[in-house]
Design a binder for this molecule. Structure first.
Ligand code: SAH
Length: 477
């Protein structure tokens, strides 16, 4: 029987080998101070037992559906004394191989799967293939230039004759002029690389290591990115709060090359200054690229309110799209400064832009009390519910801002409302918005459902990847 593929959930339970449960044997042998015997022969033929993760009986279902996380509650025992970040085989209670996963004793997620194939070796060439696949996926969608322009994301074009190179580079520049040079190159679990985020801002790559697996392979990953993408700098922003939950120290600094001054990203022809070292996330929110563009197409002649504006993404599109006025609100003074610089960078009409450094919850109430009205409102708050445990509290916050948003809209106005909370499902979000409209006393239609741009794909077996949800609503005229 093949052991490199998990059983399908419909397959009847396999008889445990030798009539004994592997888990019990592991426990007994542990009590006797022995090295437990594995039921599957290790791939390299070495008969000695390697460290492994053994699941509780019947807790293999989620792995069989190819969900890449192994929660601590599903783990019966860890055989051996592996270190954080080590690659371990995961076995079901009968000892059958399920996956290779990165172990983290300090996290609620004990392990994250690298591969479902027992024959796979988790080494540099494995990561090389995964990174190359992620780049190829984006090329095949027309998001990145084809390898004909040198293969490198930085576009160096090594190994190509000078005439072809200058032609391809100018074509690439033209393409970038039209679309942009910012891209999420690696989107964690959904690109088969759990915990690893890599964003590209022109020739600068920013990597974020969110779990013990990529932390362990940090140097290897940086080497591969350098070889495949030839960036001028790889900067590490492993300083999110999530690192603490994983028991990992925060890190912020250059990994390869030197971070150039004044990093910018070009997006649909708009220039945005990106604070790679100190900005939020990796410095910019690439996921909203397509949704910002949509807002731009609907802004002409409208009074726009952009809440949680960060460095002015939606505001700039609205200004370029011909908005009558754009009021932008954020609680970060640094973000607002950069936003105003971005307006200048693009030669947009600053007299139409008003900036408010404020708490949005309070600002919306003040605007209501002042009887201000808008034709288009964007609500793009931070993650109120990182997990489902925060859903209730977060629901109240979403309802509050959306209720106020509905009240500030003129008849026929548009509300672009978002949630980037993993803990809030599409259904729940829609229900919250419906409740907000009801309480605001408006009738509204959903005219479009939105999500992250195509460089943030969602692995079908990992619905958590679909964290960003948006609704475009039109209130009755
Ligand atoms: N729409 C932006 C991204 C928004 S990120 C874009 O397209 O780039 C969320 C923003 O909310 C951050 O800039 C953060 O500073 C801001 N923020 C968080 N809590 C806030 C609050 N209570 N009031 C105002 N701004 C807040």
């Amino acid at each position: 029987m093949s052991k490199d593929r998990p059983r399908s959930p419909s397959t009847p339970h396999r008889q445990s080998q030798g009539g004994k449960d592997f888990r019990k044997r592991v426990q007994r042998s542990k009590q006797q101070g022995e090295t437990p015997q594995q039921t599957t022969k290790p791939r390299d033929g070495n008969p000695s037992a390697k460290p492994c993760i053994i699941l509780k009986a019947e807790r293999e279902k989620s792995l069989q559906r190819r969900h890449p996380w192994i929660f601590s509650g599903a783990v019966e025992c860890i055989d051996g004394k592996p270190a954080s970040g080590d690659t371990l085989p995961v076995r079901d209670a009968s000892g059958y191989f399920l996956a290779w996963a990165a172990y983290n004793p300090d996290s609620q997620i004990t392990a994250r799967v690298w591969s479902w194939q027992e024959k796979d070796v988790i080494d540099k060439s494995f990561f090389n293939k995964r990174v190359a696949n992620a780049l190829e996926a984006r090329r095949s969608l027309g998001l990145l230039p084809s390898p004909a322009s040198g293969g490198g994301v930085g576009g160096e074009g090594r190994g190509i004759d000078p005439t072809t190179l200058s032609l391809t580079l100018s074509r690439e520049r033209e393409r970038e002029q039209n679309s942009g040079n910012g891209m999420r190159l690696i989107h964690g679990e959904s690109d088969g690389l759990p915990g690893l985020i890599v964003d590209k801002y022109g020739g600068v790559l920013v990597m974020q290591l969110g779990s013990a697996g990529p932390e362990h392979w940090r140097e290897t990953i940086a080497d591969i990115l350098q070889e495949l993408c030839a960036p001028v700098c790889i900067y590490e922003r492993s300083d999110s709060d999530g690192r603490e939950l994983e028991g990992l120290p925060k890190r912020n600094g250059s990994v390869r090359g030197t971070l150039p001054e004044g990093v910018e990203v070009l997006e649909n022809g708009l220039r945005f200054a990106v604070d790679v070292a100190a900005g939020q996330k990796t410095g910019y929110y690439l996921d909203q690229r397509d949704n910002r563009a949509l807002t731009g197409t609907l802004a002409a002649g409208r009074d726009v309110l952009n809440c949680f504006c960060y460095t002015g993404g939606f505001s700039l599109y609205a200004l370029r799209g011909g908005a009558k006025s754009v009021l932008s609100v954020d609680s970060s003074q640094e973000a607002l400064q950069l936003a105003q610089r971005n307006v200048e960078l693009n030669g947009l009409d600053a007299s139409k832009a008003e900036w408010q450094c404020a708490d949005v919850f309070e600002a919306l109430r003040k605007l209501r009390d002042q009887n201000r009205k808008f034709d288009l409102i964007v609500l793009d708050p931070p993650k109120f519910a990182p997990t489902a445990a925060f859903a209730e509290k977060a629901s109240r916050a979403y309802k509050d801002i959306n209720l106020l948003g509905f009240k500030l809209l003129r008849p026929g106005g548009l509300l672009f409302t978002y949630s980037c909370s993993g803990g809030i499902s599409d259904d729940l979000f829609q229900k919250i918005i419906a409740g907000a409209a009801l309480d605001a006393g408006v009738d509204a239609q959903i005219v479009k459902k939105l999500h992250a741009a195509a460089d943030h794909p969602v692995l079908l077996s990992f619905p958590e990847g679909a964290y960003l949800k948006g609704l475009v609503l039109r209130v009755a005229g």
